[in-house]
Design a protein around this ligand. Structure first.
Ligand SMILES: *[C@@H]1O[C@H](CO)[C@@H](O)[C@H](O)[C@H]1NC(C)=O
Ligand SMILES: *[C@@H]1O[C@H](CO)[C@@H](O)[C@H](O)[C@H]1NC(C)=O
Ligand SMILES: *[C@@H]1O[C@H](CO)[C@@H](O)[C@H](O)[C@H]1NC(C)=O
Length: 502
């Protein structure tokens, strides 16, 4: 094809790639959507943004000094509040998705910076967003992707940014992050205490776990929790809807075809793999309502989902679930629910990087080589299909990356040995979790000592503390945010009195 024609074709090709064929999980789509909406919140159009982008050269292999290859890592900086070179630096650590300008304007760093005259910096995780090394997402390259590499980048960024912005050696750096990046914030303090003075780790699943069946245990409990609009009837109705669907899918072509149109699946539901894929997407829909409960931008929270599921006793819960599907597809602007296993596998095998949002292939690689976190339906209380097994998900590591189930199991053990799991033994780390959030079971939920403190916020979901405050926030969340600010004050006072102490 002539170059000019190729250029003209470009946008068309892109548009079709972004269409129906993308099988990305509904859960990660919901996460992206919530983040996008919150990033736009309160944005003042036409005003110059104080967020500036920058690039740092980082070694591709920080653990091998004879390897000279390097790549550009993106960072964002907001100097608007920074008053003196020995003022604090608030570092927002990036996780498994791209970072935009809101990473230095919002969240704890952006919100707390004015009071403390802090410099706000964010660092995009290597291999995500625009910080992908040359060579892309090829398997040979992905061996330079791990939390340990990401932490080495944080350390080297502290050194380089200090030089670029004339940051004083006595300036305390405070790490912040949510979810996987929350773990990174805690681990940055654990592994580089001479560089990171303290850290706030929000919803950080520091314990790697192969079979994460407790995720659905919490989903089940949260659906039954009146504090967020759930009820035992709602929990049972969700279980009934899934069980009806699961049975219907095994019944034969006619029922399968009828179900395909009723649940708005993109393709036929005749082979078990595709049925399992559909069930998994729907599990993500319910899991997303729980994980992002009450957050701005979420199409459906526990209260809304329970309302739909229980709305019509005559029609039954499956019809309520169909209404929920309709609503979520509409909000995410999707024509139908992806239901092709082959499509999902092809997407994980796709090595072209995606500049915006969650990096599905990269994150899946990190689960296979570090964390596991495979959500299964083993617990008796799990309201979903029992088809979602550990072995099926481990098979995917083999299929996509050629990694054996044994190697994944070993990797998870190694991660916990390296970081200490739920007893990391760090100092000056505050772990913040919500008890509605399924991830809180893998975090530190109780203080492990005077300087490794923890808060478990009642009625609060995943990373809610990092979201912009809302008038409707539960009291526990309002108090939680206040306590984070208090903790920060204590750390910064300590830094003033005793700047040299580790
Ligand atoms: C370190 O880098 C050099 C130069 O690229 C390479 O030859 C060597 O195999 C690397 N060592 C390890 C342990 O990766
Ligand atoms: C840092 O200090 C140097 C020398 O004192 C100065 O030239 C430079 O402009 C300063 N940079 C910033 C970002 O303040
Ligand atoms: C429930 O479904 C039945 C049958 O489709 C319908 O006649 C009725 O109006 C519905 N009730 C509500 C409250 O939506």
């Amino acid at each position: 094809m002539a170059p000019a024609a190729a250029l003209l074709m470009g946008p068309l090709l892109l548009a079709s790639l972004w269409g129906v064929s993308t099988a990305r999980s509904l859960l990660s789509r919901l996460g992206d959507h919530v983040q996008e909406v919150q990033a736009r919140l309160g944005q003042r159009l036409g005003e110059p943004s104080p967020a500036k982008v920058g690039w740092l050269w980082q070694p591709l292999d920080p653990f091998n000094s004879s390897d000279q290859r390097s790549f550009l890592q993106r960072y964002w900086v907001n100097t608007r509040h920074w008053r003196s070179p020995d003022g604090p630096v608030f570092l927002h650590i990036g996780g498994e998705s791209s970072l935009g300008p809101s990473s230095v304007l919002k969240g704890h760093p952006g919100t707390l910076a004015p009071h403390w005259g802090a410099l706000v910096v964010s660092l995009e995780h290597r291999f995500y967003g625009r910080s992908v090394p040359p060579g892309g997402l090829d398997i040979a390259q992905l061996r330079f992707l791990s939390s340990r590499h990401a932490l080495a980048d944080v350390a080297s960024a502290c050194v380089h940014l200090s030089r670029i912005y004339n940051i004083s050696a006595s300036s305390p750096w405070i790490g912040f992050g949510g979810s996987y990046a929350g773990s990174l914030a805690a681990w940055a303090r654990l592994k580089y205490p001479h560089l990171i003075w303290a850290a706030v780790a929000s919803s950080a699943p520091v314990q790697a776990q192969l079979d994460f069946s407790s995720y659905n245990q919490v989903v089940s409990r949260s659906l039954a929790d009146p504090a967020v609009g759930g009820s035992p009837q709602c929990q049972r109705a969700v279980a009934q809807a899934f069980s009806e669907l699961d049975h219907g899918l095994s019944e034969g072509k006619e029922t399968q075809a009828a179900l395909q149109s009723e649940v708005r699946a993109c393709g036929p539901l005749e082979i078990p793999e595709d049925q399992a894929e559909l069930l998994e997407q729907l599990e993500g829909l319910v899991g997303g309502a729980v994980q992002y409960d009450q957050q701005v931008g979420v199409p459906l929270d526990v209260r809304g989902l329970c309302h739909l599921i229980l709305a019509n006793q005559t029609k039954g819960p499956l019809s309520g679930l169909e209404d929920a599907i309709q609503l979520v597809l509409h909000t995410l602007d999707l024509p139908c629910l992806p239901s092709s296993k082959a499509g999902a596998v092809a997407e994980l095998k796709d090595t072209s990087p995606q500049a915006v949002g969650v990096g599905s292939r990269q994150w899946f690689y990190q689960t296979c080589t570090e964390f596991g976190y495979y959500i299964t339906c083993k617990d008796p209380s799990c309201p979903f299909s029992r088809r979602r097994t550990l072995s099926a998900q481990l098979q995917l590591c083999t299929q996509v990356f050629g990694l054996s189930p044994a190697s994944v199991t070993e990797a998870v053990t190694r991660t916990n040995t390296y970081y200490g799991g739920q007893s990391p033994g760090a100092t000056r780390v505050l772990f913040v979790n919500g008890d509605i959030d399924p991830w809180h079971v893998l975090s530190v939920r109780q203080a492990l000592g005077p300087s490794e403190s923890a808060m478990l916020l009642r009625g609060t979901s995943h990373c809610s503390d990092m979201a912009p405050p809302q008038p409707s926030d539960p009291l526990s969340l309002q108090r939680g945010r206040w306590k984070i600010a208090q903790q920060l004050m204590m750390w910064l006072q300590e830094a003033k009195v005793n700047p040299g102490s580790p």
